[in-house]
Design a protein around this ligand. Sequence first.
Ligand SMILES: *Cc1c(COP(=O)(O)O)cnc(C)c1O
Length: 392
Amino acid sequence: MTTPPLQLDSIATHAGREGLAEQGVHVPSIDLSTTNPVPDLDASGLSYETMAGGGRPVPGGGSVYARLWNPTVARFEDGLAALEGTAEAVAFSSGMAAMTAVILAAKSEHSGRHVVAVRPLYGGTDHLLGSPLLDVETTYCAPSEVADAVRPDTCLVVVETPANPTLELVDIAAITAAAGSAPVVVDNTFATPVLQNPARFGAALVLHSATKFIGGHGDAIAGVVATSTPWAEALRRVRAITGSLLHPMGGYLLHRGLATLPLRVRAGQASADKLVGWASDHPAISQVLYPGLPECDPAGLVGRQMRGPGAMFALRLTGGYAAAAHLVSSVRLFEHAVSLGGVTSLISHPASLTHRPVPADARPDAGVVRLSIGLEDVEDLRADLEQALRAR
Ligand SMILES: *Cc1c(COP(=O)(O)O)cnc(C)c1O
């Protein structure tokens, strides 16, 4: 008898929890050991070598040292991989550590140092690609120009959809086709695996700042990359060598976050959708940027690539920078803070903060504010925005 594949909500609540009953526990333990007893010198030596090369611990050899392997983090990784529909996932100390590892792994796997990137991107990703730290040469282009921008020495194509902060959508299948043999990494932070699985459309690597929706409570910084086994091995090699580890406490919190991820994303999305309807008629707002609006999704990607428009939107204010600055400092229930994807709603001004490292000609315009919708009552959120827009 075959069991039917589980639906998303069941995967979210159960994946990565295998074998708990045998251990006599209901929730995973937090394994804080930095080192582990060596059961057998030869077997442990082999295990060490396998893990340093990106593999999993060898039975009988143990996991030796926590820079190589941690079972609490591995459970979170298994859960996330199941949600993204990939063979594996590899967690890192932050979203930027994850992006750094992806670039280093791509360079070492593909011998070239050329990267093609589609803007807009998260400001930190832009900053990393533009800095000399990783010694990459980056060509920025529009989605339609990717095929022309890719060269024989292109080791990676970087896209983000919906993009931070203006929620532009990119057709992932079109990008992976245009990239040819160059691997594509999709930053899936805004959509989460609840709304979009980029690996289905050919992305080799699916990256999340797990700090955002995946953790969901604003108390753990982390990154994670969902991918194939060969890429996971390359990423674990980078992680073992550079030490960009996720702490087991973070791994535990993020795994716990997965269980409520579908509920949180859908609830935030339902409220975002209502607030967008209200904002579209407001005289102080000249444009609403939200994947659920037909004008923001000319290619019809919501429904085809995304299962819903998400819990993030941006507003362009008629009054430009002054009005944006006034709005973010006048809210009471929304919190004026960077970051996103938590249980409480946040509002931020990307041009001043998260996108400050981006060159001026590519920076979001100063009249744009970005909103992340949490779990408050939507009427209270609407009233807060109303009073903040009115306040003088
Ligand atoms: C926050 C963010 C990142 C960076 O993640 P950190 O966990 O802050 O390092 C990358 N991409 C997107 C889209 C983000 O919002």
